[in-house]
Design a protein around this ligand. Sequence first.
Ligand code: RIB
Length: 376
Amino acid sequence: MAELLKPQLSAVEQPYFELGKAATKMLIHMIEDKWGSQKKQLELQPVLNHRKSIAHPLSNKRGQGKKIVVVGSINMDIAVNVPHIPRDGETILATGTTFLPGGKGANQAVGVSKLDGLVYLIGRLGDDADGKKIYGSLVNNAVKTEGIIFDNACQTGKAYINVAQDAGSTIVEYPGANHNLDRSQIDMYRHIFNGAEYCLLSLEIPSTTAEYAITLCNEKNVKVILKPVRSFNLNILNQIDFIVPNEKELNFLIPGDGSVEEKAEQLYTGGANNVIVTLGHNGCYLKNREYATFFPAADFIPLDTTGAADAFISALAVFLSEGMKIPNAIWYATYSAGLSVTRLGVQSALPDRMALNVYEDDINAKIDDFFREKPV
Ligand code: RIB
C-alpha cells in the first residue's frame, strides 16, 4: 500500500517471514523443552524502506539564505509545440503536447526550492484532479504548501501555451481558482511572512490581493520582488524593492516613446529601489542608486523560452537572500534563466543548485570583469 500512495511512503518494513521463522523455531525449542523455564527474547534490526515521504531535515540542506514567500498563481500548463505561433484565422498542426504544473507563482517557488532556498507558497488550487497533481509535485519539490487552499468553487487555473520552433511562446491564461486568492487568505497565513527576507509577486492573482500582500510585507520588513505582468497602482512603487518587468511590461507601465533606460529611470524615480528590465536574448538592464547598466544574456541555445523570467527571479531571490551583492545575484540569475531555456517545459527546466554550480567559474569570471570595468 505504501508504494501505491503518492508520494510513496517511506516505512519500517514488517519482516513477516523472519518473524514467522523465528517464532516457529522458538515454538519447536519450547516443545522440545530445550530452554526449560528460561525466557528468550529476539531482537530484529528494523529496516527502513526509504521511498519518497521523508528527507533530511531542511536545515541540513537549505537555509544558507533566509525564508522566501511566494504569493502567486498556480496553473496546469497545456503546452502545444507548433512550427510557428498561429496567425489570425490560421489552422496549424502541433507536433506535440504536454500537461505540466506551472503558473508564475508555483514556478518561482519551485525555482527557489531547486536552488536550495527555503520557500513557502501562498496560492489557490481547484479541488480537482489537476489541483491534486500539482499539489503533489509542489510537495515533491520541497515547497512549503501550508498556505495553499483547495477551492471547491473553481477549477485549477490553466495556461494554454504555444511553443514555437524558434523557442518563442505565447500564453492564454484561464485564472480559475487563482482569481479567488483574496485578502482573507493573506490574513489567514500572515504568520508565514514572519522572519521572511523576500516576497515574490507576479500579478497573475487579483491586484487588490497583491497590493494587500505588499502592504503586509512592508509592515513585516519583508522585501518585495514584483514581476508586473499586469498594470498596477504605481503609487505603491515606493513599497517595492525590486520591480522586474520585461520590455513589453515596461512599455505598458510607462507608455509612449522612450528608451529602456529612460523608462527604467522613471520607475526608479517613482519609488522602486531597484529596477531590472529583462530583455530576453539581450540580457537585462539594472537601474538603482549605484548602477544604470546592461548585463548581457548567458550564451545558451534556446529551445523553449517559457518561464525564463521565473528562473531569473527565483535565482535572484535565492542569491540575494544569501547576502550576495545585487550585480553578483544578477549574474547568477542570468545563468539560471539561460539554462532554463535550453530545456522544454517550465518547472522541469528550472536548474537546480548542482546544474548552476557547473557554471560557477564562468559566472565568477563575469562578476570579476564586471567589477573591474565598473568599480564601486
Ligand atoms: O511564466 C510562465 C508561466 O506563465 C506558465 O507556467 C503559465 O502558467 C503562466 O502563468
